[in-house]
Write a protein that binds this ligand. Structure first.
Ligand SMILES: Cc1cc2nc3c(=O)[nH]c(=O)nc-3n(C[C@H](O)[C@H](O)[C@H](O)COP(=O)(O)OP(=O)(O)OC[C@H]3O[C@@H](n4cnc5c(N)ncnc54)[C@H](O)[C@@H]3O)c2cc1C
Length: 377
């Protein structure tokens, strides 16, 4: 395996870092205070063509692939985990169309998604439990050439800003058959309802969706009828989990950088605390976890770019990096002493953001189940 990034990838990282530092930093405080998506941030992401990264060039995308996406998410998350989360879920909405959509769906949806005029998401989770998507109660029934959908989704990223949503529903007549549908926000019977108030990732929207006798045509099915679990899980397994990994390693890097800065500046006993062994141990652990997390992330993205299934590798990476980000955020707060409890220090935000990384796209318990299945197979 070659661990060297291409010249194009190095340039992309440089551009993504500069974009995040210059265009996102000014909005972080406002997003934290309001707990809302900032329109200027969505506009900046669109202008920087961040939504276009995984979309094929023939549909107006950049076609740069999944390693480039990982790099972009890492750099954006280093400045704003909330923004990286929002961006990662746009791609989660894009993926089912790229991988399973027909030509008409690709031509209709992807160009607008690439420019950022059409925002997207994928909605699987329901109040009956996200870890078991088969327990969902959103159903569809056939009505001639149409389908009538009824139900509810919860904890959906971009719920209130998405124009196009891929949703999973089960056949009323056969609870084992699931189908994924493309929904547009102005379809009668569709509503984004409750908006969550989260402890972290506050600049990213999370909320509930309701479907009341929502009537859609056959042309809105993504993939084959009755095979929707495969479509939804393929998107969540590689793109959703890969996205969370990008968010997590960016946050790990931010924790290490803030800790290094503070440890070099804070003087105790007449010298910087960076000279204390217990502080050095924490910095070393953060660096070891960051390097390990990056390697796991890049291994999975490398396989994904080769067109291989990387769901197991992403489960390993998702478990490791989100747990490591939580550990790094706690160590960063600890290194800051009393200052680590004061909101003007970014480490307080990192700690809150780190805990939101856990459940999104599957909890650590679920990642361990996937990994155990892998080693036992
Ligand atoms: C910020 C945020 C954004 C999200 N965005 C989206 C989105 O865009 N689209 C979407 O569809 N979903 C989204 N989700 C939902 C997310 O995927 C679910 O929260 C997650 O899958 C867990 O489901 P749950 O919250 O219902 O917890 P539950 O499934 O109820 O789990 C509760 C507890 O039981 C444990 N558990 C469950 N099953 C097992 C098992 N078999 N063995 C051992 N322990 C188990 C879990 O680990 C957890 O500790 C988002 C969640 C968050 C927090």
């Amino acid at each position: 395996m070659d661990f060297t990034f291409t010249e194009e990838q190095e340039m992309f990282r440089k551009a993504a870092r500069e974009f995040a530092e210059v265009k996102l930093t000014p909005w972080v405080a406002e997003m934290e205070a309001s707990g809302k998506v900032c329109d200027a941030v969505v506009k900046a992401l669109a202008e920087a063509e961040m939504m276009a990264v995984t979309i094929p060039e023939e549909y107006g995308g950049l076609g740069l692939g999944y390693m480039a996406r990982m790099i972009a998410l890492e750099e954006i998350s280093r400045i704003s985990v909330a923004t990286a989360m929002m961006l990662q879920v746009f791609a989660l909405g894009i993926e089912p169309i790229v991988k399973f959509g027909n030509d008409a769906q690709k031509s209709k949806y992807l160009p607008g998604m690439a420019t950022g005029e059409r925002l997207s998401t994928t909605a699987v989770t329901e109040p009956t439990g996200g870890s078991d998507p088969t327990g969902g109660r959103t159903t569809y029934r056939k009505d001639g050439d149409h389908y009538i959908i009824n139900g509810r989704k919860c904890f959906i990223t971009n719920a209130h800003i998405a124009d196009t949503l891929t949703i999973l529903a089960k056949d009323e007549a056969d609870p084992k058959a699931f189908t994924t549908f493309l929904i547009e926000k102005d379809m009668p019977g569709f509503k984004a309802t409750h908006e969550e108030n989260k402890i972290g990732m506050r600049g990213c929207n999370t909320g509930e969706l309701s479907f009341e006798d929502l009537r859609v045509s056959k042309g809105q099915i993504v993939g084959a009828e009755g095979k929707g679990l495969r479509v939804a899980m393929a998107a969540i397994g590689d793109v959703g989990r890969g996205g969370m990994v990008g968010c997590a390693i960016g946050l790990q890097a931010a924790c290490l950088e803030a800790s290094l800065k503070f440890a070099k500046e804070r003087i105790l006993y007449g010298k910087p605390i960076s000279q204390l062994q217990s502080i050095q141990n924490k910095l070393a652990e953060m660096k070891i976890d960051l390097d390990a997390g990056r390697l796991l992330a890049y291994r999975a993205a490398f396989l994904q770019d080769k067109g291989q299934n990387a769901s197991n590798e992403f489960a390993v990476a998702k478990y490791f990096t989100t747990e490591a980000a939580q550990k790094a955020a706690k160590m960063a707060v600890d290194i800051h002493g009393g200052y680590g409890c004061m909101v003007e220090y970014p480490v307080t935000r990192y700690l809150r953001d780190a805990f939101v990384l856990g459940p999104s796209a599957g909890t650590s318990d679920i990642m361990k189940i996937i990994v155990a299945r892998w080693v036992l197979s």
